[in-house]
Ligand binder design. Structure first.
Ligand code: M6R
Length: 618
């Protein structure tokens, strides 16, 4: 969840690390700090509570060409100056930054405190500093002490430390699945970071050509002016082949939009088209998934599909369940990865588990995947981040190819997921002989319209602005949908609450009369998803039940539905579309509504409070 950036080279380290932290701020923004090795070899520390920009406010930037920075998402200890990283030892020989959780920190802290170490923060991370310090006090070199610390801690994490003195030296390691470390070098400089965008200065260098190395669990990198060296935690050398990354994976730019979220919403037509690229043959009108890891025989033998994810990705899984049942012809279930991982589900080699995640690093999703793998199930991930943990664990990855998503609220990756889930369902249906040619061709023809129809929804934002003004003072929203639109109602409510901090709940519309209808009065706004699909009449009844009790209703309808429009307070429209596209379309007005309400409330749209983009802690 936190972001780490380190630099060793000949240039001033501060601006490079500062920019890198800004690019990693989507990982957390509770506090930030930078340690620079100054001209005398001493550690110069600057910290701030809140966002990275706070580091720049005094204009007092230490000079030096080696340093380590951190942006924090608080787990242990509230956001405060003392809890901000880097943490230094009492003699200021080392500065340490950390992403993840030290699971055995209490036990370590007790032992270290008994041995005389004085703790200044409430964090679990500070024990790492004291463990390295303890090793060095016992005569170990910095590297040896760092490796010893790595062998002593439990839990999933990334840790990095810089050593004072003339010899520039940064160590970083990765343990478990929670914290990635990526390394780049060019022109006598090297950088480490939690994610690719932090390394932009080196990845743009002509001599680098976008080459990076990712640490695997149990691996460590030592960065000096002489280059980088990879080791295991016993100090044995490891050969690592760098891999190429594209500029697209690295660039972070609002392209003139006020917020990343808006830019990413606007990119949805391209994201959907990109998810279909080389997977749909619009001439033969068939879906082909070259990245799908199962043979035809294995696909024929599947007897069940389980779709898992968290947050927005869980909602995608819930939509996927409907698609797989309807078009893939297989029993399908959807479940939150954070629940699934703690059950003991029956999994066999004929079970296909589809793990969905933008980051591919969500701790609960990755742990659930590992469980499936251990039980011998087949595992596919739909994820956006190439080379992520999820893609390494899975038998195969269906990449979203949505481009980097920075806004904490997932938008374009949700639509990319829904697109790939449609493709997967059709592919399974085709392969298993469940869909006849005519039906699968009809479904493919429908998908071809998706980018255009989504573009139409985004062509004019005035309608969303207008309705946001109408509803901005509302304290409670209830989102209702049925069938495949029930998870879209959940997604609409999640978008609204996470970026506007307004209370919103979602219910399958048919559940209303079993309790939630008691909430309905003139203060409660019901957002009803009532597009023209197979459950339309049922939702109409639910809407009428709300209106009969004086509830206010904002409905998402299919264009031309004048009858229901006349019965509700306000309507947003989606274009007429085949049923399998409807969830992609009903999502868009809900994203735009949430965005404009948050804007009117002056919320921090891209970095809402208490959140982070990748949730790499449990
Ligand atoms: O990276 P993932 O898709 O696995 O992340 C899971 C959730 O944390 C994420 O979908 C979250 O709910 C959204 N950012 C909310 O918009």
């Amino acid at each position: 969840m936190c972001g780490i950036v380190g630099y060793v080279g000949e240039q001033e380290a501060w601006p490079i690390i500062f920019e890198g932290l800004r690019r990693l701020e989507y990982r957390g923004y509770d506090s930030a700090g930078i340690a620079i090795i100054g001209p005398q070899g001493d550690i110069q520390l600057r910290k701030t509570v809140g966002k990275v920009n706070g580091l720049d406010e005094s204009g007092d930037h230490p000079l030096g060409s080696v340093g380590l920075g951190h942006t924090r998402w608080a787990t242990h200890g509230r956001p405060s100056y003392a809890n901000a990283h880097p943490h230094t030892d009492c003699e200021q020989r080392i500065a340490v930054v950390h992403n993840g959780i030290v699971e055995n920190y209490l036990e370590l802290k007790r032992r270290l405190a008994d041995a005389g170490h004085v703790f200044e923060s409430e964090t679990d991370s500070e024990v790492l500093t004291h463990l390295v310090e303890e090793g060095m006090d016992r005569g170990l070199s910095f590297q040896e002490a760092f490796r010893r610390m790595g062998r002593m801690v439990k839990g999933s994490q990334a840790i990095s430390a810089v050593l004072q003195g003339d010899g520039a030296e940064i160590c970083a390691l990765r343990l478990g699945h929670a914290g990635g470390i990526v390394v780049a070098q060019a022109d006598g400089q090297a950088m480490i970071g939690s994610d690719l965008p932090a390394l932009l200065p080196l990845l743009q260098s002509e001599s680098n050509m976008g080459q990076v190395s990712f640490l695997d669990t149990g691996e460590m990198v030592v960065v000096t002016r002489d280059g980088v060296e990879y080791q295991d935690l016993e100090g044995n050398h490891i050969d690592k082949q760098p891999r190429m990354v594209s500029q697209e994976e690295v660039q972070v730019d609002k392209a003139g939009y006020r917020h990343f979220m808006l830019k990413e919403i606007m990119e949805q037509p391209q994201a959907v088209a990109s998810a279909m690229r080389e997977r749909v043959n619009f001439e033969t009108r068939r879906v082909d998934l070259p990245d799908f890891p199962l043979s035809s025989q294995e696909i024929a033998e599947l007897d069940r599909v389980i779709l898992i994810g968290c947050g927005t990705s869980l909602h995608a899984a819930q939509v996927g369940r409907h698609l797989v049942e309807r078009y893939g012809g297989l029993p399908a279930e959807a479940e939150s990865a954070s629940e699934f991982r703690y059950r003991d589900p029956y999994i066999s080699p004929r079970t296909l588990v589809v793990a969905i995640g933008q980051s591919g690093e969500t701790a609960d999703t990755v742990a659930a995947m590992q469980m499936v793998k251990d039980k011998g199930g087949r595992l596919v991930t739909i994820c956006n981040a190439e080379g992520s943990q999820a893609s390494r664990i899975a038998d195969g990855s269906l990449y979203m190819r949505a481009g980097i998503e920075i806004g904490v609220a997932s938008t374009k990756t949700f639509l990319a997921s829904l697109t790939i889930l449609n493709l997967l369902a059709i592919f399974l249906g085709q392969s298993r002989g469940f869909l006849d040619t005519a039906k699968s061709q009809e479904l493919v023809d429908g998908l071809a319209q998706a980018p255009r129809l989504i573009g139409e929804l985004l062509a004019d934002s005035a309608v969303y602005q207008h309705l946001a003004q109408e509803y901005v003072g509302t304290d409670y929203f209830l989102f209702l949908g049925r069938g495949v639109n029930a998870p879209i109602a959940s997604e609409g409510s999640l978008k609204l609450k996470e970026i506007s901090y307004v209370h919103a709940e979602a219910y399958p519309a048919g559940e209303m009369k079993h309790g939630p209808i008691a909430l309905i009065d003139n203060d409660m706004v019901t957002v009803a998803l009532a597009p023209k699909d197979s459950l339309y009449e049922k939702v109409v009844n639910n809407v009428r039940e709300v209106k009969a009790r004086d509830g206010r209703v904002l409905a998402v309808l299919t264009e031309g539905d004048t009858q229901l429009a006349a019965a509700v307070d306000h309507a947003l429209y989606i274009p007429e579309a085949p049923e399998h596209l409807i969830p992609l379309l009903t999502t868009v007005p809900l994203q735009m509504l949430a965005y404009h309400i948050a804007l009117l409330l002056d919320r921090d749209v891209d970095q809402p409070r208490n959140l982070a983009k990748s949730v790499t802690v449990e």
